[in-house]
Ligand binder design. Structure first.
Ligand code: WT7
Length: 692
């Protein structure tokens, strides 16, 4: 048994009492949840350990009434499952797979593992669309609502499992008519309509490999991805609604298709009813002409466990985006079980994940996880502040949402927009809250807990990545005492290791590189068409372990704290500081909305700390001094920023992650280098350059 798992099991327990914390008022632009800004292509060598500076000691035990009914309801139960998954990996996952997935043909072997190559459920045949749809219908649950959908303009749809299977079958048959077969890549560039999920499941039904491209990316980015994947078909729409405006998607796609020689056909959904949509004869076909007339009874194709289910592109800080490859059975099982464990899914839940299907969060926790579990999912098409800043809370009230899963960048936006938008609505249906995408600043966590959760709902801060396929570390809401800012502990089967640059495990509270020491069913199987980069990026630095690219520390209760990407670490006079802790100290000041902290070269100290902050009210010299003192008093002189720049907004990825890499260049007075294609708003960059 690996030592990381042993030490994990030996400790544990919940020692803290809930106490109150300070207030806070951050801000942010919302969008969804997306490829991180910085891969580890230009990773800097960690040269020492990371000083843990922030002393977060608040702790919130799960409410007793939650624990009573929870899917995992005691620490003993969890530890038993965890122990089994690690000690008897094949026995445990074999049982799980037989119970939770449908098998057209049984698998012969549970796991073949030789780092970095894993095969799960070898020799078996299953189908993810069958697991998401047919299984429920066969069990007599076809009339349960699978998707509740609301468009940005306000129209609504409610689709049962039975109806969803019909729609998926029709779309799958149309894809076959258009020449798509097993192993062909289909690029999907669509608004958040049910048809987006339907297209993903239709691909899965016939063994085509989907590559969803977030519908905010440029023609250039689409063409790159089409080219890299060798996509055969594209599915898109005439347009989408965003903050009341119509964006013409088809024109962008046409521009991309001019540079996508492998794409033969393009299927176009009429979403906004645009006039004069350019349709190229012989290439472009309307959804309503080609899908609607199909009979809707196409059976799912039995597929090999290791058949590619999808590719999803995620960006590195340099170089072209990586097509992360996930396969059928292992991914499907991991998405389902993590969904059930972490979100404590019950039959009468109305679950809402606010991500876009363009990111892994949408793949795993809008489509594959919840649908395989037979959940009712709310899907919302548009912006959180259209027509007004209360839209999310209106939706929660209207659909009686019980589980809400969103991102820190959204939470910071809600805080900035003001409590009055929340106060208008009855949020008493909520019983569980989730967070994903970035570290959540403890004060944003407190607001989420008080204002949205009304101190009643546990918060699951879920740490994972596109590569991991599903959640890796998270509180289990019935049993884990949460600490604001910590993703707490690993899920069953996950054996994290925090190591220094020589690959040795570090002690409690010593930061280091976060690795995963054992294979898990949902792990990526490769980078599409680039085996060498796969090995290089994830498997070469620490032999035999998956390198996540994040830094983390484990505290005295064995809780994990993600400290940011490895290349975000700041080294001040030999002390390695994590960005999130300094940022969280800044954000705990009542006038600070958001903060981003980076290192810049300094002759004396090696690196100096530069902070970029957005504030409510006037930015002044006094405030600058006050903020420096504030950080000093919160975490010590070492972490006091050398300079603070006030700015109207921070550069973010389209999913709302702060792009510290760009700020690093600006802080050190350099030209911004590297890939900026994932930047959400270019004008932010220009303004930052001229702000000095
Ligand atoms: C990176 C992965 C996870 C799906 C959406 C993003 C950061 C993600 C957390 C969290 C601290 C987090 C990490 C990770 N991250 N969740 N709960 N706490 N950091 O997927 O685009 O592949 O990004 O996002 O740095 O490595 P992704």
């Amino acid at each position: 048994m690996p030592s990381a798992a042993v030490s994990y099991l030996q400790k544990g327990g919940m020692r803290h009492q809930a106490t109150d914390g300070p207030h806070f008022q951050p801000n942010g632009f919302f969008s969804d949840i997306l490829p991180r800004e910085s891969g580890f292509d230009n990773m800097t060598e960690p040269s020492g350990q990371i000083d843990h500076v922030l002393n977060e000691s608040r702790s919130f035990p799960p409410p007793a009434e939650f624990t009573e009914k929870a899917v995992i309801s005691s620490m003993e139960q969890y530890e038993e499952i965890y122990r089994r998954a690690v000690e008897d990996r094949d026995g445990f996952w074999g049982e799980e797979a037989r119970q939770h997935l449908h098998w057209f043909e049984p698998f012969q072997e549970v796991c073949q593992w030789e780092a970095p190559n894993a095969k799960w459920f070898v020799g078996g045949k299953t189908n993810a669309s069958y697991n998401c749809l047919d299984r429920h219908i066969e069990a007599g649950r076809g009339d349960k609502v699978a998707i509740l959908w609301e468009g940005e303009p306000g129209e609504t749809r409610s689709i049962t499992y039975q109806e969803l299977r019909t729609e998926v079958s029709k779309c799958a048959a149309a894809l076959q008519d258009l020449g798509v077969g097993v192993g062909d890549v289909v690029s999907i560039y669509m608004p958040m309509t049910p048809e987006l999920a339907i297209t993903m499941l239709a691909c899965a039904r016939i063994g085509a490999v989907h590559s969803v491209i977030f519908a905010g990316f440029s023609a250039e980015s689409i063409a790159d991805r089409n080219q890299d994947a060798g996509a055969k078909l594209m599915v898109t729409a005439d347009g989408l609604y965003r903050r009341g405006k119509v964006l013409a998607l088809k024109e962008t796609v046409d521009e991309a298709l001019a540079k996508s020689p492998t794409v033969e056909k393009c299927l176009v959904l009429k979403r906004v009813g645009q006039d004069n949509v350019p349709m190229q004869e012989g290439r472009d076909v309307w959804w309503h002409d080609c899908v609607d007339s199909q009979s809707g009874d196409l059976p799912a194709v039995p597929l090999d466990s290791e058949a590619s289910l999808f590719i999803l592109y995620t960006s590195g800080s340099t170089g072209k985006p990586k097509g992360i490859r996930h396969t059928t059975a292992g991914y499907n099982l991991w998405a389902k079980r993590t969904f059930e464990w972490v979100f404590d899914h019950r039959d009468d839940d109305v679950y809402w994940c606010t991500a876009d299907c363009g990111w892994i969060t949408g793949h795993s926790y809008i489509v594959y996880g919840p649908l395989t579990a037979g959940a009712t999912c709310l899907m919302y098409e548009g912006a959180p502040n259209f027509p007004a800043e209360n839209r999310f809370w209106e939706l929660v009230e209207k659909y009686k949402v019980t589980i809400l899963y969103t991102a820190p960048t959204a939470i910071r936006a809600f805080i900035k927009w003001g409590d009055e938008h929340v106060d208008k609505h009855d949020l008493s249906s909520l019983r569980l809250l989730g967070s994903v995408g970035e570290g959540i600043n403890p004060e944003a966590w407190m607001w989420y807990h008080r204002k949205i959760g009304q101190e009643r709902c546990p918060i699951v801060d879920t740490w994972w990545q596109t590569e991991t396929g599903g959640i890796m570390m998270s509180p289990l809401p019935g049993i884990t005492a949460t600490k604001p800012g910590s993703c707490t502990r690993p899920l069953p089967g996950i054996v994290p290791a925090i190591v220094n640059e020589s690959g040795k495990s570090v002690d409690a509270n010593q930061g280091g590189m976060l690795c995963i020491a054992q294979p898990w069913p949902g792990m990526l199987r490769g980078i599409w068409g680039d085996e060498e980069r796969f090995v290089d990026q994830y498997w070469s630095k620490v032999p035999g372990m998956y390198l996540t690219g994040d830094n983390a520390r484990q505290d005295e209760d064995d809780y994990y704290w993600i400290m940011g990407r490895i290349d975000d670490v700041i080294n001040v006079s030999g002390h390695r500081l994590s960005t999130i802790e300094v940022e969280s100290a800044l954000v705990s000041h009542e006038l600070v909305c958001e903060a981003a902290v980076v290192g810049r070269p300094d002759d004396l100290k090696g690196q100096a700390i530069s902070a970029f902050v957005t504030v409510t009210g006037e930015a002044s010299e006094e405030l600058r001094k006050e903020l420096k003192m504030h950080v000093r008093s919160q975490i010590g002189a070492l972490a006091q920023p050398d300079d603070i720049r006030f700015t109207a907004s921070l550069p973010k990825t389209r999913s709302g992650k702060i792009m510290r890499r760009l700020l690093r260049d600006i802080a050190s007075g350099q030209e911004v280098v590297g890939d900026t294609s994932t930047l959400e708003d270019y004008s932010v960059l220009a303004k930052l350059r001229t702000d000095d």
